[in-house]
Design a protein around this ligand. Sequence first.
Ligand SMILES: [Zn+2]
Length: 390
Amino acid sequence: MPSTLIYNIGAIVSGDLRVPLIEADSVYVEDGLIHEVGTDRADADTIIDANGLTLTPGLVDGHTHPVFGDYSPTQNSVGWMHTYLHGGTTTIISAGELHLPGLPLDRPDPKLFRDLAILVRRCTSTYRPGGLKIVGGTMLLTPGMTEADFDVLADEGCRVVKFIFFPYDRAIEEGAAYTQWAKARGLTVKIHSGGVSRSGLSVPAGAEVVKALQPDVVGHISGGPIPMSLGDMEALVQDADGYLEIAYAGNPRWSVRVLELLRERNAIGRVTVGTDTPSGTGTVPRGMLRTILLMSSLGGVPAAEALCLATGNTAQAHGITSGLVRPGYPADLLLMGHITGSNGSDALEAIALGDLPGISTVLVDGEIVVRERSQQTPPPERLARIVKER
Ligand SMILES: [Zn+2]
């Protein structure tokens, strides 16, 4: 069983909002899983000297649009997943594979949408560009689906279904039934909330629609790109349950407002994080990091908590076993620190001040996938050092 020891860690962010920081300076990994957090062991097949850097779970981007392989038709770009990995993201969750070139979105077809989700799920379940994990196969909901479609989806291992091109005005009860069918099978229900998407064909959805459909996650509550009205956002914070997604592609002003409202109500644990990219916003390798900076430096969320929202909380919202530094969890881990010249003296202080942290080493399932420095952030002032490799 291959093993990895990471020692000399400056701080460990747990990914668990209830206890954001762990008092330990080492992690021992065996067979791809975290085995011990704080260890007396002195040897392993691979040994990494963290050199005082901060260790966090790999970031979980809860809102992405994978389509085919590591290619984004939206921006005609190849290799975006690989760049996201170097931005600290170790898992991406699909919010629908709707940007397939030529896919006729003006004629939503239940069978086609189901089969597209299954196709992408099968293509992405073991495909890991550079090491990135893809939770693909998100079914877009459209009238005419049957309960059997949800059985097939769950059997295929798909995780998420999403409302976006749905005629809420004439089929809201059918939509509410879909939510029930999905939840009964352990699928996460997401809705594209707010104004029309880039396709121009999605249907706006505010608080009334969300309350009628009861999704698990309100996708980009503060805009992706256009938010619902401020009154509707406030209503969902105040009189509804469920996760509220803060997206990089959203309206930064309202993201800050939603965080403020949640903090006032001691309900920051309802936040899940994503980039909503690739999209018209671009392919943004540092999109998750920048959303963490927004939440912490302007949204009043302490840096370690912002990291927990972007890791363990987002994984939990989508039913994924990931995002925690905890024995038994996949060793998807990041080592980061402050960049030379930063106002912060470590990664957490830099984040709180809004300064991008630098990523040194990234591991996925205990394998080193980014070595001593990332290609997408400036290097941190101190780099981790791979002392021994099997
Ligand atoms: Zn989206």
